[in-house]
Design a protein around this ligand. Sequence first.
Ligand code: F0G
Length: 482
Amino acid sequence: MPQIKFYKRDPIPMEMHKVKIVQKLNLLPADERLKKMYDAGFNTFQLHNGDIFMDMLTDSGVNAMSDNMQSAMLRADDAYAGSETFFRMRDKLEEIFGIKYFLPAHQGRACENILATYFVKPDSCVIMNYHFTTAKAHITRLKGRVEELVADAGLIAKSDLPFKGDMDLDKLEACIKKETPENVAFIRIEAGTNLIGGQPISYSNMKAVTEIAKKYGIVTVMDASLLQDNIYFNKIREEGLKDKTPAEILRMIADLFDIIYFSGRKFGFARGGGILVRDEKLFHSMEDLVPMFEGFLTYGGMSVKEMEAMTVGFDESLDMDIISQGPQFIDYCVKKLDEYGVPVITPGGGLGAHLNAMEFVSHIPQQQYPAGALVCAMYLCGGIRGMERGTLSEERNADGSERFASMELVRLALPRRVFTLSQTEYVIDRVKWVYDHREMIGGLRFTHEPATLRFFTGILEPVSDWPEKLIAAYKAEFGEDQ
Ligand code: F0G
């Protein structure tokens, strides 16, 4: 459907759905938010949802379901083995990806566990455009290493590069030669590259990467969790793909890979996941890992209701009206913030708007987690919960020193079909206020630091009384009850 035109104003992004079920939101007064932030150990993962006004932590498992997805749940076929629901899901996946063999798993990281357990040996190397936290954690748990070969230009925060997730092909060849092909467990391409701002990868780059992999006999794996965003950008930004349908683009991409896995919490708008394996022999040799870690082979730890919903969600992930909304809202948000001078990742990607904390709060040293501090400031100043995607989300080096992230981002995710444009305007407004008061924000330090995935459960504290001062300024601007 073409973009809706307006009479006497520029077009704005439109919600291509109407609301049928609502959840009431709660805006706590500023002082209460300050208390909740202390209770949560200055870690937005530890906040309670009832204390949050705009939950922009993630788009994982919190996308709104459609009427068709909900009604499909009613026909879920409960069976430990041989559920008809599984066969419907598998057939739909085969129809859209063209791959017959499917291993179900309860979510994306479970697929990553299975893949790492099968392929990674101590000191073997997994080559990626860029890592995702859980993908990397499973590889390093098994003493493997990760090489990230995204092109340098993809890491420049402000840019007009359409495909910042593209891999550097020269680096890829050099890396394979240095490692030797036998020592490369697999090459992983992440669609809609999460940690660098939800940035897409071009079809032409995926094609070139997979051709190089074939030349050296290396297995190729696509992380398709954010594929629906990537396909949107392939269609609107990539030469030669404008006239293709999302389904055609998806199939062109799928045809390049040996293995495709996804988090159904993102791709399919429900909760689950799975691995598609092209080769029958490989599929059978990986099969045992599903009953061992997940559940029987016809549910893999998923609820059958969610599987039915997801099966409908796959089709919706190929509907241009539906997959346009996230990127269009994000683009709107990013452009408004950029015009105001707020450092954001440009161009807007999928998944969410990303604030560049390295510049936003450039006075906070990386040891004091600038993105971690900024994400807390956004909760304090407006009840907006984002996610830190920077040094806090990294793990320390083996010698205990910090591994500084190449980007310090605050992600404000836009789960699909959840927020309206007026809510998005509220977020833009509060980000502008925080930007104008950025000098007041100070750093954080750990009081409890877990060794693995510390961003989930770590407890921190502010290095000074900056939160109290920031809240006082906020109340002076907006009043006690905001
Ligand atoms: N791959 C990508 C690209 C992801 O974004 C995620 C999850 C996973 C794998 C793991 O999937 O959560 O189902 O186990 N991303 C979420 C996020 C957590 O908030 O970005 P999962």
